[in-house]
Design a protein around this ligand. Structure first.
Ligand code: C5P
Length: 312
């Protein structure tokens, strides 16, 4: 049996810079891999087809799961009759949350299956297959602690990291918000034509902070700018009005800026250590904010692979 711990990511920035002919959007983003992970196991199958069992947090599909799509994509590419696999996926990363969990599971599945099947993708095919599964999959497949991301998500420049001093508090409310619908609303509102508060922040933080070894203090100084550097925020907030209400409550209670990861609904804040992130999480729980009902709260660092503290 083979096992992997597919990690989550957050987007420190997410700028939409154009609409592409293939229907996707051109992006500029800084991704950070964080210490919250699913658990994926794979073994030679006992049935006639791949079998997937999903446990842990709710919300991840069994049928149509990206893990199964990854196996299919590898089979098609290899053009060979590769034997069925039995797969288990224990979800600890909230699903459809903007944390890249499904993409990370798919990237790990590609790697584990190559090992079990004894096939080896050529580098070009790796990126092509990873991208075909989802825009965030190449980041996880190439396995970087942090990256400057452009194109649809497939142009990656590895950044130094992890940053051991950084703590992050992640709050994932039970709000359904698909990436597709957030980009759709962004287009409906013609937001590419509007001035966006985060314009240029990705390049500025990349040049001023990430080209050298960034310190946690520097990242914290940038937090107010990063807060407004997710171009999908207005779209997500208009699709899910509970999200701006939650952010206002979090900012009132913690007195720090809250950023949105990906297309949401996960909101997160930066802290000078994972202990401080955990303490802030625990006092949030004690505050009994009605907006936090049924939210999953994780305090993480960039080392992982497990959250240092979780609620519930
Ligand atoms: O690539 P992924 O499957 O994660 O994307 C989900 C949806 O999000 C796409 O179908 C597309 O509508 C939108 N998207 C986009 N531009 C990107 C990434 C995603 O328009 N760069």
């Amino acid at each position: 049996m083979s096992e992997a711990r597919p990690p989550a990511k957050v987007n420190l920035t997410l700028e939409v810079v154009g609409r592409r002919d293939d229907g996707y959007h051109g992006l500029r983003s800084i991704f950070l891999r964080v210490g919250l992970s699913d658990r994926l196991t794979m073994a030679p199958g006992t049935g006639v087809a791949d079998r997937l069992t999903v446990t842990g947090l709710p919300g991840a599909p069994t049928e149509g799961n990206l893990v199964l799509k990854a196996l299919d994509a590898l089979r098609r590419h290899a053009g060979a009759n590769l034997s069925p696999l039995d797969v288990t996926l224990d979800k600890q990363i909230p699903a459809a949350a903007g944390l890249g969990g499904g993409s990370s599971d798919a990237a790990s599945a590609l790697k584990l299956a190559q090992g079990l099947w004894g096939v080896r993708l050529e580098p070009d095919a790796e990126v092509e297959i990873a991208t075909s599964l989802g825009s965030d999959v190449p980041f996880f497949y190439i396995d970087m602690p942090a990256a400057h991301v452009s194109g649809r998500g497939e142009h990656l420049e590895s950044l130094a990291g992890p940053y051991p001093g950084l703590g992050l508090l992640l709050v994932t409310p039970p709000i359904a918000l698909s990436t597709r619908s957030a980009f759709g609303r962004f287009d409906e509102r013609d937001q590419l034509s509007n001035v966006r508060p985060g314009a240029g922040v990705t390049e500025r933080i990349y040049e001023e902070v990430f080209l050298d070894e960034p310190t946690t203090e520097e990242m914290l100084t940038w937090a107010p700018q990063l807060r407004d550097a997710n171009d999908l925020w207005d779209a997500a907030a208009s699709l899910a009005p509970a999200l701006p209400t939650l952010r206002a409550a979090l900012e009132r209670t913690t007195d720090v800026p809250w950023l949105m990861s990906g297309s949401g609904p996960t909101l997160f804040a930066l802290y000078p250590s994972v202990e401080e992130a955990s303490a802030a999480g625990q006092s949030l729980v004690r505050s009994r904010l009605p907006e936090l009902e049924s939210a999953v709260i994780n305090a993480v660092d960039m080392i992982g692979p497990d959250p240092k503290w979780r609620h519930p």
